[in-house]
Design a binder for this molecule. Structure first.
Ligand code: NYM
Ligand code: MG
Length: 229
């Protein structure tokens, strides 16, 4: 029996991931596929509520602790994702572990420019990658890339932690490095496709769809099973 595909949307805040991921779900459903849409962080679980409070600035966490909570929030969904894929339901994710890696590592780049002595664990790219190793591997990751200028034109950011220009700049840089193949994350990235999210909604949607179709055909043709990251 055919299996579902795991499709991930990644990118900066304001890059259109939520809209594009929902549009893709509609399109796949119209094509007769079963689809589950999920987003990370999933703020509805007990771990997700800790993350939500942290993002809203209602609580503080050590950088390592919050990183591991974001990862744990994915691990608690891992068996659900696997069982849907096995039952031929495609899973579309709005953010996944690439966000985890990019945001935490970006934070370390910021703090290392502002504090003279290095912290005990420097939140390296590989340290940030390791808690997610073993999660279901995406068949396709669409990195919706947006310049900071375009994000600003779209009305700037909200008030959550990380939604600041300086941080977004670093996050974009780290996504770019992973996309270029750097570190364990880059080497393991597989189908990591950059989409110019500065284009119009329809154009982006079309590019997403073409990539999804290519991936779909190659997974079916080669009979690829579900992988692990
Ligand atoms: N974020 C998201 C992380 O820092 N680490 C993670 O592992 C994930 C999944 O949470 N600014 C950050 C990125 C966002 C914030 O996401 C909330 P959203 O999609 O804006 O709800
Ligand atoms: Mg956001």
């Amino acid at each position: 029996m055919a299996r579902g595909k795991l499709i991930v949307f990644e990118g900066l805040d304001r890059s259109g991931k939520s809209s594009q991921s929902l549009r893709l779900v509609e399109k796949l459903e119209a094509d007769g596929h079963h689809v589950l849409h999920m987003r990370f962080p999933d703020r509805t679980t007990p771990i997700g509520r800790l993350i939500d409070a942290y993002l809203k600035g209602e609580s503080n966490q050590d950088d390592h602790v919050i990183h591991l909570l974001f990862s744990a929030n994915r691990w608690e969904a891992s068996s659900t994702i696997h069982s849907h894929l096995a039952a031929n339901t495609t899973v579309v994710l709005d953010r996944y572990f690439y966000s985890g890696i990019a945001y935490t590592h970006a934070k370390s780049l910021l703090s290392s420019t502002s504090s003279p002595s290095p912290p005990p664990s420097p939140l390296t790219l590989d340290w940030c990658t390791s808690p997610d190793v073993g999660l279901p591997r995406p068949d396709l990751t669409l990195f919706l890339d947006l310049t900071l200028e375009e994000a600003a034109r779209r009305g700037g950011y909200g008030g959550e932690r990380y939604e600041k220009r300086e941080m977004q700049e670093r996050v974009r840089e780290v996504f770019g490095r992973v996309w270029m193949g750097e570190g364990d994350a880059g080497r393991k990235a597989g189908e990591f496709v950059r989409v110019d999210a500065g284009k119009g909604m329809e154009e982006v949607e079309e590019e997403v769809w073409m990539n999804v179709r290519d991936m779909w055909e190659s997974v079916e043709r080669e009979g690829k099973g579900v992988g692990v990251f």
